[in-house]
Design a protein around this ligand. Structure first.
Ligand code: MG
Length: 351
């Protein structure tokens, strides 16, 4: 097997601001995994400094993974033992490259794409998921001045669910102005921007604006803090920065209502499925989220949405130069291609 690594420099439509950073470009890596018979699978890594990765570290990790994949004795065939093979490979990658979650996600996604393509079935079918249950995604409104955020809300009128980035001084003013502009379902993501007391005060004020849930109110690492927030507010509390893999879930039980799973944090589809199972066992709500990503890895995550409560898969809609087309969004609803594998193809020049 051969792993080709390419740069994927994604340009954002608007500078994307959350409570801790602003960006105009997201540098990701595309991987193409080829086998001896000319089949190929696509994958993508979106390395995040916040989680200890960089383009350089991800590239180095992928080169190491490439060597390991080359050493595998047999072609990855399409049936029976296949799932087992993917599981074996991703477990070994986890053991060898524990700190490189997004790079592992790229290979994990490419393996799933390759195997489902060889079977000539869409990935959701390979995973035995019901295509009638693909979710409606939220659309993210990044932080900005109140009037610009309201303008972004107007531009997003096609989306029935909006995720509002907060975690700044004038949060309530922003939300009040946005609620005035739209009847859409609103979700709030503070991106760890509040203290415990600030979170309690703000969440209790914003519940009058019809908010569905609040994501990551306080900095990660304080389960007591999360519990205190949750015990003193009426809105459900989801965590994102506090949960990376299935190992992080059990300790959060009782302190939160649900978790936000991202392929780039957990290392790919295999671990995401494990996280969904663990979360369900603990009766937690599950959201599937994303970074700024192209249609390659956004489509991979979209295939899993029949298993979750909420989807926040808009990373590919926030960019202007997505080289690929895969999942299509209509009025927020995710529509997966019926093509084999991820169903992702290069955009034709007329698209
Ligand atoms: Mg978040």
């Amino acid at each position: 097997m051969n792993l080709i690594i390419e740069s994927l420099n994604l340009k954002l439509k608007y500078p994307f601001r959350i409570s801790r950073q602003t960006r105009t470009i997201q540098n990701n890596l595309l991987v193409i995994l080829e086998d001896e018979e000319g089949n190929y699978g696509l994958g993508e890594a979106s390395p995040q400094r916040y989680y200890g990765e960089s383009i350089r570290s991800a590239r180095t990790a992928l080169r190491g993974m490439s060597k390991y994949l080359l050493s595998l004795p047999l072609p990855i065939n399409g049936c029976g033992k296949e799932g087992g093979h993917i599981e074996d490979i991703t477990n070994e990658l986890q053991r060898r490259f524990p700190a490189d979650a997004s790079a592992r996600a790229a290979v994990d996604i490419a393996l799933h794409d390759l195997v489902a393509k060889k079977l000539n079935i869409p990935l959701y079918e390979f995973l035995h998921l019901n295509p009638d249950r693909f979710r409606v995604t939220s659309f993210t409104i990044g932080l900005d001045g109140v009037s610009i955020m309201c303008k972004k809300v107007e531009d997003a009128r096609d989306f029935p669910i909006l995720k509002i980035k907060l975690g700044v001084k004038n949060d309530i003013k922003i939300l009040e102005a946005i609620r005035h502009k739209t009847d859409a379902t609103l979700r709030v993501d503070a991106n760890a921007g509040w203290t415990v007391s600030e979170a309690i005060r703000k969440i209790n004020t914003m519940k009058d604006f019809g908010i569905e849930f609040v994501e990551q109110p306080i900095p990660p690492g304080s389960i007591d803090g999360l519990k205190k927030v949750r015990d003193n507010v009426d809105l459900p509390i989801m965590v994102d920065e506090d949960v990376k893999t299935s190992k992080d879930i059990a300790s959060l039980v009782g302190a939160v209502d649900g978790i936000n799973i991202k392929l780039m944090k957990c290392g790919g589809i295999r671990e995401a499925l494990k996280m969904i199972n663990v979360a369900r066992r603990h009766k937690l709500k599950v959201m599937l989220g994303c970074m700024i990503e192209s249609s390659v890895s956004i489509t991979a995550a979209a295939h899993l949405t029949p298993l979750v409560d909420y989807a926040d898969l808009d990373g590919n809609i926030l960019i202007t130069n997505d080289p690929f087309t895969g999942v299509i969004v209509e009025h927020g609803k995710l529509h997966l291609p019926e093509r084999a594998g991820l169903g992702v193809v290069k955009k034709s020049p007329v698209d």
